[in-house]
Design a protein around this ligand. Sequence first.
Ligand code: AMP
Length: 290
Amino acid sequence: MKTPKICKTRAELKAAIAEANPESLGFVPTMGALHEGHGSLFSVAREENELVVISIFVNELQFNDAGDYSRYPRQLDADVQLAAQAGVDIIFAPAPVEVYQAGLPLIRLSSGRMGELYEGASRPGHFDGMLAVVAKLLHLADPRQGQYRAYFGQKDAQQVVLIRRMVADLDYPVQLRSVPIVRSEKGLALSSRNALLSAEEKEAALVLHRAISLIADRAARNEPLNVEDAVGMFQMEPLVELDYFTVVDPNTLEELAFNCQDTPFTGQGLILVAATVGKVRLIDNQPIGD
Ligand code: AMP
């Protein structure tokens, strides 16, 4: 097993990519506290590219809650191990001043209406902050020649939709790939934040997946979705506070009309859910339909 090269500065990263001079580069941005969910992104990137570069950077700009930012788990040594096992070549692990060299950005990207819905409604500014860093990182890891691909998890469905729009709207020369959600055996979507849950909270958090499965199974049978049944499941879990459970258009993120009606499901949709368990906000989703 090869130890990945760790680059702390953008100059080191640039030199390492130039030295490798790859025909194809797969880039995976992360905030660290790596788990198998990240691992699956690394593995897909490994299969498809000559050089695999990941970044580990906890981006303060996308946290609207200072406590959440300071509590966010940081564990570089363990992360290097996991990345090595997945065959990552280069880890870019910069300090905030290295990323925001000119200071915090004065010229900002706006994620627009799609960034104000769902996660954006509960975390104002989150998606603008996320786009600010992804826009920079996509430049910093750009090999400038050969194939350039970037990998994102379907786990953060709204994030994927917004990054797709940013790449299209701003003509980034990168091909985007989204990778399916990796779950625990019991169905909990893996997340770095799960480490902050007690055993009891982890058990209670399984309701997210149960509720999604109920609605996804109905969609698969072209039955009415009756989303309120899924919402009702959360009322039986005192440790879980539901924020939203909804079915949206996967491209525009607008709520689908049949969501509240008793009509059979047809077409395409995306089930989105967010809930707080203890101090931890969890999200999950599943595409439905053809
Ligand atoms: P994060 O470190 O949470 O910013 O995540 C970095 C990348 O890993 C994002 O593209 C996430 O969507 C992806 N990711 C996180 N958890 C999972 C998971 N359970 N399954 C698939 N991808 C994931």
